[in-house]
Ligand binder design. Structure first.
Ligand code: SF4
Length: 329
């Protein structure tokens, strides 16, 4: 039995002060990742700070942005009217991202901060894991790596970021609002995450004594079309082998604006700028889609267990571009 202290923060300031006072304390919200990792012995925080009473539960549309409190659940966001009407790929990513039981517990901030599912990271008896023990090596590179990453990966770490929601949000240029004890800051989600080849042990730019308070999602033009395709080994309750979040604004047979996120392939939710560059201004054809997919996967780092993901990710992106555009030729 591992013991820990439990403290319920009354407000955001108290939560931040408790975090600042204890460099090893962790926050508890939905608990769907945190408690798993504690049961597995991967995390052993001496103190859990319950933040579920903080006033971060609202969803509010302000002009052409949707402001989502950090403690909104996945199910609440999926049921929101603006999400249904203007952000279909967010809704699809949420519904495909977890079972209804998990969606009713898991929070939006928790989803964005979820830890990797790498089996070696989650097994404390495994010695070589640069994410748990920097400098110790990576067991996955020569191990079982079917559910690992090929973009932003290297011999140091190939851990996959498993969030579906984050893939849709990076494609939409979402912003993360962060509160510290003395200052607030806003970070584009595309700059929030670090790749594993940069620093396996640091996954994002959030400091210990900071909290995500809100996620801001700019609403795309009403004429834009979007969707999320998730390819997985079974039809529910499974992480992505590959996925693609696509938003297209088309006019006269040409792509005016393209936004592309990829999941199941990156050590962070992957914004496919190379694909967007190929797509923007190009004719709406399958040949364009294929060029975009090829450009995205050109610098993939593969190990024997992940090599299949490169052609699968290409096909996933081409298929979703066809679906969203309605063009298959
Ligand atoms: Fe650890 Fe990353 Fe290697 Fe998994 S892939 S064993 S998390 S270093």
């Amino acid at each position: 039995m591992r013991t820990f202290d439990y403290v319920r923060a009354a407000d955001t300031r108290e939560a931040l002060r408790l975090l600042a006072d204890d460099p090893d304390a962790s926050c508890l919200a939905g608990g769907t990742t945190q408690l798993d990792l504690m049961k597995d012995g991967v995390l052993e925080p001496p103190t859990l700070i319950d933040i579920t009473r903080l006033p971060l539960h609202g969803i509010e549309r302000r002009g052409e942005s949707l402001h989502v409190g950090a403690l909104v659940t996945m199910e609440e966001l999926a049921a929101d009217r603006t999400v249904a009407e203007r952000l279909p790929m967010v809704r699809e990513a949420l519904l495909l991202g977890a079972s209804v039981q998990l969606r009713n517990m898991a929070t939006i901030a928790g989803n964005l901060l979820q830890r990797t599912r790498c089996r070696y990271f989650r097994d404390p008896t495994v010695q070589a894991c640069n994410k748990r023990a920097p400098g110790s090596g990576c067991s996955a590179v020569e191990g079982v790596a079917r559910m690992h990453a090929v973009l932003g990966a290297s011999e140091r770490c190939i851990a996959l970021h498993a969030s579906d929601l984050a893939v849709a949000l990076v494609a939409l240029d979402a912003l993360v609002h962060i509160q510290g004890l003395s200052e607030r800051r806003t970070v584009p989600l595309t700059e929030f995450y670090l790749t594993a080849d940069e620093s396996p042990q640091h996954e994002n730019v959030l400091e210990h004594a900071e909290l995500i308070t809100e996620v801001e999602i700019p609403l795309p033009p009403a004429a834009a079309r979007s969707g999320y395709l998730k390819v997985r080994d079974r039809a529910s309750y499974e992480f992505a082998l590959t996925s693609a979040a696509v938003l297209l604004l088309m006019e006269g047979g040409e792509i005016r604006r393209a936004r592309v996120g990829l999941g199941g392939v990156g050590t962070k939710p992957w914004r496919a700028y190379e694909a967007e560059h190929v797509l923007t201004g190009a004719p709406v054809t399958t040949a364009t889609f294929t060029d975009a997919a090829d450009a995205t996967m050109r610098d993939a780092f593969t190990v024997p267990g992940t090599a299949f993901k490169v052609p699968l990710a290409r096909r996933t992106l081409v298929r979703e571009l066809q679906t969203v555009s309605g063009v298959t030729a």
